[in-house]
Design a protein around this ligand. Sequence first.
Ligand SMILES: Cc1cc2nc3c(=O)[nH]c(=O)nc-3n(C[C@H](O)[C@H](O)[C@H](O)COP(=O)(O)OP(=O)(O)OC[C@H]3O[C@@H](n4cnc5c(N)ncnc54)[C@H](O)[C@@H]3O)c2cc1C
Length: 438
Amino acid sequence: MTISMAARNLDVIADGEVVVCGGGPAGIAAAVAAARIGRSVILVEQTGCLGGLGTAGMVPVFCPATDGERVLAAGICQEVMDELARRMGVEVSYNWFPFDYEILKALYDEIVLDAGVRLFLVTTLADAIVEDGRVRAVVTANRAGLQAITGTVFIDATGDGNVSAWADAEWELGGDHGELMGPTLCSTFSNVDWDRYHAAAKASQDARSIWLRMMDEGKAPLPEYHFVGAFRAGPTRTGNNLGHTYGVNGIDEESLTRGYVEGRKLARVYLDFYREHVPGFENAELSATAALLGVRETRRIVGEYVLTGEDYRSRATFEDEIGRFAYPVDIHSATTDPAAQKHVEEELRATRLGKGESYGIPYRSLVVKGFANLLVAGRCMSADRQVQSSIRVMPGCFITGQAAGVGAALAIEGRCAVRDVNVAKVREVLRYQGQYVP
Ligand SMILES: Cc1cc2nc3c(=O)[nH]c(=O)nc-3n(C[C@H](O)[C@H](O)[C@H](O)COP(=O)(O)OP(=O)(O)OC[C@H]3O[C@@H](n4cnc5c(N)ncnc54)[C@H](O)[C@@H]3O)c2cc1C
C-alpha cells in the first residue's frame, strides 16, 4: 500500500561545497580531509555524537591498521589513534587497540570542529533530491519537520548506503541466498579484576576457552561457536563484542527493533556466564549496552568499480589506488548452524595475508555509478561481500573516507564530475595528508 504526501517546499537550512552524510569513521575522515583542503563542509549525523559504530555502537577495539610492517591507515586514522592513546595515557598499538569511547567521542568533536566543518548532530537524513544525474539536496527530518541541505558534492558515509539508495543508485545486499551476517549489540561490563583474569587465562581459564568447552559439553547458555569476547577497555572495564542477533536485517526497522530487544537480553545472558564461570568477573556489572546496534552488513553500493575477493587474494594493485588494506575476510555466520559458525574463524585464519602484504583500493570503488557528484565511503562502498567483510573495520573506513573527502574537494576545484577528477592529484594530496599511498 502507498499513501501520497502533498508536494511541499522545504526550507534550505545549509549549503556546502561538500555534504558528508553520516558521522562514523568514514564520514569523519571525509569531512576532515575535505575541510583541511579549504572546502566548506557540512557533516550530518543522526545520533548525538560522532564515531558511528565506534562510539554509539561501542565496538571495543581498533582492528589492525597495518600490514605487519607499515601503518596502512596512516592518515587521519593514525592521527586519531595517536592522540587517543595520548589522552588515555597508554602506548598506541596499530594492531588491535582497545579504547575508551568517551575520550574518543570528545576527540572526534575537536578534530571535526577544528578543521572548520559545520556539524549537524541529531539530524536524520530522510531522502535525496536528484536532478539530471546529480544529487541536488538531502532532506533532513528534525524537530522543525522536513528541511533540506544543498551542496555541490555529496558523500554517502551512512554505513547503510541510505543516500545512494534514495537517489536510486544500484546496490547489493547479503550473500547469494540473501543471507546477512548476524549483528551484535555491543556492551560494557564494569567492576572487573583484570589481574585475576589474566592469571587464570594463562591456565586456559580465559572466557573463550571456558565457553567453547561448555559448548562441546552441551552446557553453554546459547548455541554460539563464534565467541569474540570482552576486551580490556579500562582499569576495571570491558568493551564487549558478544553474541549475535541472527536473522536481523539492518535496513528494516521492525527487524532492527527485534535486534535491539534481543541484544539487550543477550547482554544479560553473557553477564551471567562471565559472573558464574570466568575468574575476575565474579562482581562484574553490566554498565551499558550500545545505542546503535552493531550491524555488519547492509547495502553495498555499486560504483564504477566493484572491488572483489579475487582482488583481495591477488593482492591487487590499481593505477587509481587511494590506499591499501590487509584485514582478513571476516564474514560472520548468518545462522546458529554450528558448522557455519566454526567456518568464520577458519576463514579468518585461511585468508590472513602475510607480513607486508595488502590489497589496493581503487578510487573508482568510491564513485557511485551513474552520478556526477556522489561518492560512497566506509562499510557501504562498492565491494563484493568478501572484501566488504575486510574493509568494513574502522581503519579501512578511515582510508576510504579520507580518499572520498579529497576526491570531493578536487572535483569542486576542477569543476568536474567526481569520476573525472585527476586521480594522480588525489593520490598526491593523500600522501601530503600523511596517508600511505604507494
Ligand atoms: C558488532 C560489531 C563489532 C565490530 N568491531 C569492530 C572492532 O572491534 N574494530 C573495528 O575496527 N571495527 C569493528 N567493527 C566494524 C566497524 O565498527 C564498522 O564497520 C565501522 O564503524 C563502519 O564505519 P562507517 O563510517 O562506514 O559506518 P558507521 O560507523 O556505521 O557510521 C555511520 C554513521 O552514519 C549515521 N547515519 C546512518 N544513517 C543516517 C541518516 N539517515 N541520517 C543521519 N545519519 C545517519 C549513523 O548514525 C552513524 O553514525 C565492528 C562492527 C560491528 C557491527
